[in-house]
Design a protein. Sequence first.
Length: 242
Amino acid sequence: MLIHEKGPFIRGSILLVSFFVLFCVLLTPVMHDEHGKPVTGLQYADNVFNELSKGSSYFIPSVRESIKKVESLNVNINVKLKKPELGETAVMAFQKAGVQASFADGKLSYQGNLGTLLSSATDDADRLYHNDDAAVSQKYNGADALKVARAWWYSLSPSIKELQKQGLIAEAQVVDQVIRRAIEPGNNFFSVTAVKVSDHIWLMSGMLIFYVIYTLWYGFSIFELFEGIGLAMTKSKVKQEG
């Protein structure tokens, strides 16, 4: 018979069945987000951790300090855009920053003050981080705010290599900081509400504890089932020398 020990087999079966029952509940929209929209338990947890992550990803003040290092630098850059459909939007964004820019044959050319340019990009990222896409859209005559953010990213990213070719290594690092610590968080966390870990310490702790317990729950159910069908691990006997 397949079952060698009923006790462990029954315990394992109960644990495994209850594990999957709770898993089905977690996939059912029985909870609600802050806007009252029905969400599953997994979506709720994902939203919570996104909010906590955003709350610890506000680097705009340090980015503005970095930009001061290049506020007197004028540059002349020519780059090829991986997304040529963003060319006209990039030109509009650069010109709004007071920089001369043009786009032709998939290449963006711009000349002007790098500090002013990066400050404008950071301003847009700051507004998106605070979910104020309307202000960004108004700044660019009704253009989609997220499209503007993508235009900044796709035009400034290749500019890093161009600056390095010109021997402007430190200046290229400033551009990289603006991209990674301002533009990317602003775009990626747009529409997410920022919260601090300290304000939700009990909720976060409870979710992490539940994750550990739920993982052990599954592990013990498999262990008990295997023991019930005679696949338990036992210590091997020491072979006696004759």
